[in-house]
Design a protein around this ligand. Structure first.
Ligand code: FMN
Length: 220
């Protein structure tokens, strides 16, 4: 698989098969992803990767936990994003829940599906990316590049993923359960496994804005 194919075939998978992923494969991907770029070469990303009983123990803990108080989130979604971005979010919800047969007024069903984030949509492996709270926006961006590098390398291994900011809503419980200090920022989860090719959760059309809406070319 070349890079363009990896980019094109990656999508956020929200229904995984229970096929296990060997440690050797995860290690190979993470070893290769060490070459991701980072400002000042800080390589600020750290992660805990769970499968099997430790993953189940975390999921049980989350199922028994309340969401964090929003005042205590390590970071929060931007407020007042405006109609341009709001409509993109709405469109995603319409595509995903429409594919699942969940109507706009069926909030209990869409919430139940969203709560599948807690079990990482059935993925056998969960990577939890974290770093010291002292890190600022440039280092958050470094971590994002590292995560995308991982997700593309996973495609090269025939594997799939879903990035999961949702985990941040349970940041305190996760950090407590995994023995991470409160100076740690729980940045993002990544569910890892094999996609269920039949699931409607993995088979809706994903929207993107046209290239020239976001990019200005000059001097060509
Ligand atoms: C940093 C980040 C966090 C995300 N968190 C979640 C999440 O918690 N749950 C989820 O279902 N999707 C999550 N997504 C997936 C986005 O919804 C998805 O990337 C976007 O809709 C584009 O679709 P695609 O990834 O399938 O191309 C996240 C994506 C990113 C980049």
């Amino acid at each position: 698989m070349n890079v363009a194919e990896a980019v094109a075939s990656r999508r956020s998978i929200r229904a995984f098969l229970d096929t296990p992923v060997p440690l050797e494969t995860v290690r190979r991907v993470l070893d290769q992803a060490r070459m991701a770029p980072s400002g000042c070469n800080y390589q600020p990303w750290e992660a805990i990767v769970l499968t099997g009983a430790p993953l189940k123990a975390l999921q049980d803990r989350l199922a028994a936990s309340e969401r964090d108080d929003p005042q205590e989130y390590d970071f929060s979604a931007p407020s007042a994003i405006g109609p341009k971005y709001h409509s993109r979010l709405q469109h995603l919800g319409g595509q995903l829940y429409g594919s699942l047969g969940i109507g706009r007024d069926q909030r209990e069903f869409s919430k139940a599906f969203s709560d599948r984030n807690l079990v990482s949509f059935g993925a056998p492996v969960l990577l939890l990316c974290h770093f010291p709270k002292a890190m600022k926006e440039p280092q958050w961006s470094d971590a994002g590049m590292w995560l995308q590098t991982i997700m593309l390398l996973l495609r090269g291994e025939g594997l799939d993923s879903c990035p999961q900011e949702y985990m941040g809503v349970y940041g305190r419980s996760i950090k407590d359960h995994l023995g991470l200090s409160d100076d740690t920022l729980l940045f993002c989860g990544v569910a890892i496994g094999h996609r269920d090719p039949e699931s409607p959760a993995n088979n809706f059309e994903r929207d993107r804005v046209p290239l020239d809406d976001n990019i200005r070319f000059e001097g060509f």
